[in-house]
Design a protein around this ligand. Structure first.
Ligand code: NIG
Ligand code: FE
Length: 419
């Protein structure tokens, strides 16, 4: 039966080109006041002014849901590390006492300190834990998330992480796209020999992840003490050859060259971009690489430097926003907090921020023609908020204003107390 979501105070459709949005187009939200959305099966049949949508032939027999709030396309969180066995509370205490991320790593914390528990975790427990976390994403209005491996750092455990993403997808309505991030850090058994580890990744892990179709993307952490731009270029080129779409963690802690290496390898997105310079931005624009900004991680690490969103947007590079949900630099799954951080610390407008969290997030995952906009023919992935104006999502922070989430036309979350 069709569902008519009506009495929507504001609907942001993001109707427009079937492409990532850049420059001024990031501020075109397709706002409709007093709106309705008609859903038939898993697809949006109509979206727009209430009066017009109500005249649609399917509307008469539809189940009617009175929204009395704001409706957006469901958030597309295009960068998460949502598979991890344990929170890193020791790192957290050190950070609270003033230690930086590199200092925490030097003291034995950081990425490699997540390895032990991940390698020891049973596959079923890993999938169940991820499915439990997926519910938290849905409650906050996220309908699609990318999920990276990167805490196993050997063949068995990296593939176990990717299989957990696949298994969890059968346990939750959250859509999850897996990314191989075996090149996240050098595990202790390689004694700091990044090249020897990367050779092993490229010979053993990458081909199996690709041939078993366990990942859509391949990612690498390009940073001093992790992997160099040259290694990044070689790894992403090989990943692309094997059919995995390249992504890169770049310019997070310093300007190191990962963004340019990623763009040259045809990366669909370059993520973090805190320390990008003009030449890095130009390389992204030339390659059609999306800049995925993760300001909640800057917030959590207590950094004063945030990515230069204004410069990136004015240079015509599409910007996506994502949580970076992970146990070390961002234990936050709420995209609404990311919107607030982007507006407050990156000088993004609320319109740009919501565009970056929906339509451009979808393009950062290569699925912008299917999700990310509330227009007829797109998948019915919608998030509804207890607000009168979409700007409230960026304005109130630290709270969850989501009252209902719809995935593929099904209500998958409804706040208690809502009829
Ligand atoms: O995106 N920079 C590398 N990876 C993560 C951090 C992962 C961790 O500390 O566990 C990030 O910030
Ligand atoms: Fe990350």
């Amino acid at each position: 039966m069709a569902i008519l979501f009506t009495n929507i105070k504001q609907l942001l459709t993001f109707a427009g080109d079937n492409a990532p949005r850049a420059g001024a187009a990031m501020r075109e939200t397709g706002l409709v006041k007093n709106a309705a959305v008609l859903v038939e099966g898993a697809v949006i049949a109509a979206a727009g002014p209430r009066a017009a949508v109500s005249r649609h032939p399917l509307a008469k027999k539809a189940r009617v849901v009175e929204v009395n709030g704001v409706c957006l396309p469901g958030f597309v969180d295009s960068h998460t590390h949502a598979v991890f066995a344990e929170p890193r509370l020791k790192d957290f205490s050190m950070r609270a006492a003033g230690a930086s991320y590199p200092e925490i790593k030097a003291a034995g914390g950081g990425i490699v300190s997540s390895i032990g528990a991940v390698r020891a975790q049973a596959p079923g427990a890993m999938a169940a834990q991820l499915a439990g976390r997926a519910e938290r994403f849905l409650e906050c209005g996220t309908t699609t998330a990318e999920v990276k491996s990167g805490y196993g750092l050997n063949l068995e455990s990296e593939l176990k992480m990717l299989r957990a993403v696949r298994a969890a997808a059968g346990l939750t309505p959250l859509e999850m796209l897996p990314t191989l991030l075996a090149a996240h850090s050098v595990p202790p058994e390689f004694n700091g020999d990044a090249q020897r580890y990367l050779d092993y990744v490229m010979a053993e892990i990458l081909p199996k992840a690709a041939s078993q179709k366990l990942a859509v993307f391949a990612d690498i952490f390009c940073e001093k003490g992790y992997f160099t731009p040259g290694q990044t270029a070689a790894y992403l080129k090989e990943a692309a050859r094997l059919g995995l779409k390249p992504k890169v963690h770049s310019e997070q802690l310093s300007n190191y060259g990962g963004t340019r290496a990623g763009a040259a390898a045809g990366a669909v997105s370059a993520d973090h971009a805190d320390h990008v310079y003009a030449e890095d931005i130009a390389a992204m624009r030339k390659a059609g690489t999306i800049a995925t900004l993760l300001p909640a991680s800057n917030f959590y690490l207590g950094l004063t430097k945030y990515p230069p969103a204004r410069e990136i947007i004015s240079e015509g590079v599409p910007v996506a926003l994502a949580t970076d949900f992970n146990p070390g630099t961002c234990p936050c799954w709420n995209m609404q907090f990311v919107l607030a951080a982007a507006c407050t610390h990156c000088a993004m407008t609320p319109e740009e921020a919501v565009c970056a969290a929906t339509v451009n997030g979808a393009w950062a995952l290569g699925i912008g023609d299917r999700v990310g906009a509330a227009v007829p023919g797109r998948q019915a992935d919608l998030a509804f908020f207890d607000a009168g104006d979409y700007r409230e999502l960026c304005y109130y922070f630290g709270a969850n204003q989501c009252m209902m989430t719809v995935k593929k036309g099904k209500m998958v979350y409804r706040r208690r107390g809502k009829a």
